[in-house]
Design a binder for this molecule. Structure first.
Ligand SMILES: *Cc1c(COP(=O)(O)O)cnc(C)c1O
Length: 385
């Protein structure tokens, strides 16, 4: 079976990890620091903080921005559940904003409309979490303008978007947001096994997330609330977590950084090939906006169900039985049973639901060979018609 996504681990990656296993540090140590500084340099952010996974990173981001049981957080429904769960961990209310029919990212028109309504009722959000779906950046400039006008913070869920660019700058530079969060899960652009990275330009947020990453414990005597008892002393100032990344994981992530640009160009090459060779199939191909560069984390096509006799499920199953590991991203978050129990229901965000009914993710990962891709293309042309 050709998977829809797959990691690419080299001998050099393996040697780098083994070296850490022979060193004095296994958990968060010098390699984590090097990974953080390589990552902040790469995306042009002042600060980077490695965490155990992106879900933990999103949780820290919400905590640092003060999300609590009196907050309201808005999220796109076309994302992985983790983008919304982070706000729920803080006890916050969550609401969704429907997506754009072309980019599958949050719709800025819809966002503006909803903000306008929310202002009338005095229920504007405290935080907006936007996902750069499939690696295609959101309309960050417009979102940023709205955040200033309506007074909310912005978290970028950039789990798909390592190396993506918006208006000539890498995602993660936080020019239009407070905090950006990346994932290094094996299906993503680079991997550390499990892992995530948070970037920000704000020193206060960085410090707060760094504290919360280690139980809310402070070791710097200058920042303590009373005198230190001695050199051994530490102080827990608030309720934090153990969200540390290990040096073992960081070594893999840091080693993968060397190949990030090669990964991205191979992904682009494969995406271009799909685009050229699937143009006559009754599917809507993904759009790359002119002011940005996608990282091509996912290659999602929308099946034009009104033009064909088959269902999406039949197409999915036929491709699977041909050995092609297609997938579907995403089931709208608001129709998950957990969110339905909070009062959401099918029909609430029609664009995300229509998109979901038609979506099909084709395999795309750097190690996918030209001949395997040909095989996929041939089958897609033959099966979807
Ligand atoms: C993968 C993913 C996450 C979660 O990442 P983990 O590192 O597995 O916690 C969050 N949001 C989106 C959009 C993702 O795709």
């Amino acid at each position: 079976m050709i998977p829809y996504a797959r990691h690419d681990v080299s001998e050099e990656d393996i040697e780098t990890v083994v070296k850490v296993l022979r060193s004095d540090w296994l958990t968060q140590g010098p390699v984590v620091e090097r990974f953080e500084s390589a990552f902040s340099d790469y995306c042009g952010a002042k600060y980077a903080l490695a965490v155990v996974n992106a879900s933990a990173g999103l949780h820290l981001a919400c905590r640092a921005l003060g999300v609590n049981k009196n907050s309201l957080v808005w999220v796109s429904p076309n994302t992985f559940v983790a983008s919304a769960n982070c706000a729920r961990y803080c006890g916050s209310e969550v609401d969704f904003v429907d997506i754009d029919a072309q980019t599958y990212n949050i719709s800025v028109d819809e966002l503006e409309k909803r903000l306008c309504e929310a202002k009338r009722t005095g229920q504007t959000p405290d935080v907006l979490i936007v996902t750069h779906f499939a690696g295609q950046p959101c309309d960050l400039e417009q979102i940023y303008q709205l955040s200033k006008e309506y007074g909310f913070s912005v978290i970028e869920d950039a789990a798909h978007a390592v190396g993506a660019e918006y208006r000539g700058k890498k995602i993660g530079g936080c020019q239009h947001s407070d905090i950006c969060v990346f994932s290094f899960h094996p299906v993503k652009i680079i991997t550390s096994g499990e892992g995530g990275m948070i970037t920000t330009n704000r020193e206060d947020l960085y410090q707060r997330m760094a504290d919360l990453r280690v139980h809310g414990v402070v070791r710097d005597s200058a920042r303590m609330e009373c005198n230190s008892d001695g050199p051994w002393y530490y102080q827990q100032q608030e309720l934090g977590y153990n969200y540390r990344l290990s040096d073992i994981h960081a070594a893999l992530g840091l080693s993968q950084m060397k190949r990030v640009d090669a990964f991205l160009s191979r992904r682009r090459e494969l995406a271009n090939r799909y685009k050229d060779q699937l143009s006559n199939v009754p599917i809507q191909l993904p759009l790359e906006q002119t002011d940005s560069k996608s990282s091509w984390h996912l290659y999602v096509v929308r099946i034009q169900l009104e033009n064909i006799a088959q269902t999406r499920k039949e197409i999915f199953e036929t491709l699977k039985s041909a050995g092609i590991g297609v997938n579907v991203h995403y089931i709208p978050v608001h129709v998950q049973p957990y969110y339905r129990a909070l009062g959401f229901q099918p029909g609430d965000f029609p664009e995300a639901e229509k998109y979901y009914n038609e979506a099909l993710t084709l395999p795309l990962f750097p190690a996918l060979t030209d001949s395997k891709q040909e095989f996929i293309i041939d089958h897609v042309r033959e099966i979807i018609k």
